[in-house]
Design a protein around this ligand. Structure first.
Ligand SMILES: [Zn+2]
Ligand SMILES: [Zn+2]
Length: 82
């Protein structure tokens, strides 16, 4: 059945897969979702996870949505200047 899914690659590249798909499929390390294409997985990571890893205080793990907020936090709470 997996080969049938791959045959639909072009139109189904954004579709999340069910348990019938092999573990080797592009797997998100953060949440375990699987995608047929690397592109689909990459887009998912950018949308769902990237801001969390980019805007995270490496000292206290606080997460921010804007880089300015993170820099302001680091300065105020940890004495780190941008
Ligand atoms: Zn994910
Ligand atoms: Zn912090």
């Amino acid at each position: 059945m997996a080969s049938d899914l791959y045959a639909l690659n072009d139109s189904f590249h954004e579709v999340e897969l069910q348990d019938t798909v092999p573990q080797s499929t592009n797997l998100c390390d953060a949440c375990g979702k699987r995608y047929i294409t690397k592109h689909g997985l990459k887009r998912h990571i950018q949308i769902r996870h990237e801001k969390n890893t980019n805007m995270k205080c490496h000292i206290c793990q606080a997460v921010f949505t804007e880089k300015g907020h993170l820099q302001g936090h680091a300065n105020a709470h940890h004495g780190i200047r941008p």
